[in-house]
Design a protein around this ligand. Sequence first.
Ligand code: E4P
Length: 218
Amino acid sequence: MKFFVDTADISEIKKINETGMLDGVTTNPSIIAKSGKNFLEVIKEISTILDDRPVSAECVSLDYNTMMKEAEKLLTLGNNITIKVPLTVDGLKACKELSDNGVDVNVTLCFSANQALLAGKAGARYISPFVGRHDDWGIDGMDLIADICNVYDNYDFPTEVLVASARHPQHLLSSAKIGADVITIPPKVFYQLYQHPYTDLGLNAFEKDWAETGQSIL
Ligand code: E4P
């Protein structure tokens, strides 16, 4: 399972990159606004840090022609840019055109398996179903992930299921059990994955016992 982080916070991206676990970065207009930085500059910076791993940069226009122009500009920011488009008629038209020309496209704001099927037919490299925003409305977002994985398997779509709007480690575990290809998580959730109270307790005991031996390895 690939781990992407959903942030434009450069210092967090650098820190997580050093763990060796980072497979990609996703952003959206809200994340860019929160960073307080210039969109094009911050994407370029993330792209350099990620090197050959994918960085999703989202088109902000809603019509096909402007979306295609934005995509063209975003693609100049690095050779690892994935173009993010919304799941609309124009968005999927842009997805088809870009994908036919060898560009990786991440179709975002997916809330149904039918939408995911359309994105697959449009040649998307990634589909981003938003699980947390489903949960917000009392609907289990993980059912959607299972449905999409099932539909894609039925027809051998190469489109990768990128679980988005993941808010806690349980989202990751459930996604992994279903077999989703990728998950994008906030930095805080990334660090939560490492944590377990028994690990801390065990480590404390080992440290204490080792100190009593008076030995050192080095
Ligand atoms: C996906 O690519 C989006 O950037 C993101 O995961 C949305 O998450 P949120 O619902 O927590 O804002």
